[in-house]
Design a protein. Structure first.
Length: 257
């Protein structure tokens, strides 16, 4: 059975998609059959970081031109990809969104994990995809706006969708700074909200990651980077996901475990 993992952020510009792509590759390197879903409807750009250019997307599925299986692109032996759509999907009605989520049950036997790269902020599409996932991860930086918006997203999703377990990844920070920032967020959220946060790790500032984005060659595919701190960080976070508690919510899920 597939475990769906939503990767979210309170605001754009924190590296959510870069984390989603390279975390997917980290799981694939560990021989976990993984599928990466670009669910940032209307602002889809995961394919650019992954370095692929699919001709068929989720939009084809929503509009009935293709079945879900038809839009899956094989990236390597353990990683597959589904591209997002255009602005036509930005305000996807609830019924169509729920119908789309239901279709993922048809591929549940094929993958160990599905990484869901969802839109930033607390829009309905975002929190609905979070609620449809088994595990939820928030990506943040030490920027004050990122910190505040991460708290807001946790608050909205916990109150509206009853999501209570969150993994936290701190991007563009050293390990000591990241753990300090996580502790601040944990203190505030557990004081005012009925939630549990789990620190999954940090991604340091890396010129190699920036270069990989510009070249459209995913960082974790470069074997020369195996000894780097950033490479090891993605591997560690991939391993830590096992310890992240699932959210067992009622309602429509990607995979009915």
């Amino acid at each position: 059975m597939t475990t769906a993992i939503a990767i979210a952020s309170g605001k754009g510009g924190v590296g959510k998609t870069t984390v989603s792509v390279n975390l997917s590759l980290s799981l694939a390197l560990n021989k976990k059959n993984t599928i990466l879903l670009d669910a940032d409807l209307g602002m889809a750009n995961t394919n650019l970081v992954l370095g692929v250019n699919p001709t068929e997307t989720l939009e084809d599925v929503v509009e009935g031109r293709k079945k879900l299986q038809d839009v899956i692109v094989k990236f390597n032996s353990h990683l597959s990809f589904i591209a997002g759509g255009t602005s036509n999907l930005l305000n996807l009605p609830q019924t169509e969104r729920m119908n789309l989520i239901r279709q993922f049950e048809t591929i549940s036997s094929e993958f160990d994990y599905m990484i869901v790269d969802i839109g930033a902020g607390g829009e309905e599409n975002t929190v609905s995809f979070m609620a449809a996932s088994d595990k939820v991860i928030i990506v943040m930086t030490d920027d004050s706006t990122s910190y505040q918006n991460a708290y807001s997203l946790i608050k909205v999703s916990s109150l509206l969708k009853e999501i209570h377990n969150f993994g936290i990844i701190v991007n563009l920070n050293s390990s000591s700074q990241a753990k300090s920032l996580f502790k601040m967020l944990e203190n505030v959220t557990t004081r005012f909200l009925d939630v549990k946060l789990n620190y999954l790790g940090n991604i340091p500032v890396s010129t190699q990651i920036k270069r990989s984005i510009n070249l459209r060659v995913p960082f974790m595919t470069d074997t020369r980077m195996k000894g780097s701190v950033a490479y090891k960080s993605f591997i560690e976070i991939g391993n830590n996901i096992e310890n992240l508690e699932n959210n067992t919510l009622k309602g429509i899920r990607f995979f009915e475990n």
